[in-house]
Every structure is written in structure tokens, then in C-alpha cells.
Design a protein around this ligand. Structure first.
Ligand code: FES
Length: 180
């Protein structure tokens, strides 16, 4: 079970959606910092199994996300990028040159993920939000049609090295794929 708190902060055009382990934390958006504390919740023991799996599946590299061959050409693969207790949901998407990653958050309604849990739909050279059908260019994340036309998905920096997708975004310390 995931005990994280999901927080969305919107300031005009800018929104930030993060998940945070525990009951308190802070989120930056629009140059402001939102601090929250949802009160006392009994501490839970760390999930040893998850930790062991993490080490085993990454081969020791915490920035490893997934083998590039696991990223479907007609869809996307979900993952999360982590920095301390802060997590951002993301999706990996194949391109002719390799792999791109986006925050899994629709610019129309930032608390809405682009997919229904199994990865977002790719239609030709566009990624489609499941909720209201906004369409985003696969190469630059720009929305060409739908309620958030003119806005863009937020990129997360990744690279392909020796057949593996590696998180290269300095904002994060580690990555973890999220399988359905
Ligand atoms: S929430 Fe994505 S198009 Fe409306």
C-alpha cells in the first residue's frame, strides 16, 4: 500500500503535483512554497521487501528506471522520480532516437494523470490524455488540440545507456518504474 500524500499546487498557469511520503512537506509552484502538515499518523515500518527489490532491480544504480526494451512503442511506461520524501509521477515514451519522459500530469487538470494506470495512449506521433482527449506532440510535449491547447507537458530528463533508461534529471535522486 502507498502511504504517500498527493499534493497539487496551482498558481495561475503553473501547477506542481507531487507525492510525499509521510504527513508533512512542502511543494514549490509559481515562485511560492506551500508547506503542509496533515497531523499525526502512526508511523509505519519501512517495507523491507520493496527496498530489497529496488536494489536488486536497479543493479545498484538508483537512477536506473527500466530496460529500454520494456518501454512500449505504442504506449508509455509509468515510473516515479524521487528526491527525499518527494515523488513525481512520470511516463516514459519511445522515440526514434531513444526515450523521452514527461511528468504524468495533464496541463488541463494537473491532478489528473495522462493515463488510466496502464500507460498513456500514443496515437501516431501524439500522446493523448485519457480524460478529455488533449493531444500532445510526442517530440516536444506541446498540446495541439484539446482544452489545454498551447500548453506543454513538463519534461523529466532521462538518457539511454547500455540498453537501460537512466534518470539524468538533477532534481531527482532516484527512479523507480511503476508496473500496473
Ligand atoms: S484532464 Fe487531460 S484533457 Fe482534461
Amino acid at each position: 500500500m502507498d502511504d504517500s500524500v498527493r499534493v497539487t499546487v496551482t498558481d495561475g498557469e503553473e501547477s506542481e503535483v507531487v507525492r510525499i511520503d509521510g504527513t508533512d512537506g512542502e511543494v514549490d509552484a509559481g515562485g511560492a512554497t506551500f508547506r503542509f502538515d496533515v497531523g499525526d499518523v502512526p508511523e509505519t515500518e519501512p517495507e523491507e521487501t520493496a527496498s530489497e527489490e529496488s536494489t536488486e532491480s536497479t543493479g545498484g544504480d538508483e537512477r536506473f528506471v527500466a530496460p529500454v526494451d520494456d518501454v512500449p512503442s505504442g504506449g508509455t511506461l509509468r515510473f516515479e522520480a524521487r528526491a527525499g520524501r518527494r515523488r513525481i509521477d512520470g511516463i516514459l515514451q519511445r522515440t526514434d532516437e531513444g526515450v523521452l519522459a514527461w511528468e504524468n500530469s495533464c496541463p488541463h487538470e494537473p491532478e489528473v494523470q495522462l493515463d488510466r494506470g496502464l500507460g498513456a495512449l500514443i496515437d501516431g506521433d501524439q500522446l493523448v490524455c485519457h480524460k478529455h482527449g488533449a493531444r500532445f506532440n510526442c517530440d516536444d510535449g506541446y498540446c495541439t488540440r484539446g482544452p489545454c491547447r498551447g500548453r506543454s507537458l513538463k519534461p523529466i530528463d532521462v538518457a539511454v545507456r547500455d540498453g537501460d533508461v537512466i534518470l539524468t534529471d538533477d532534481r531527482f535522486e532516484s527512479g523507480q518504474r511503476l508496473d500496473a
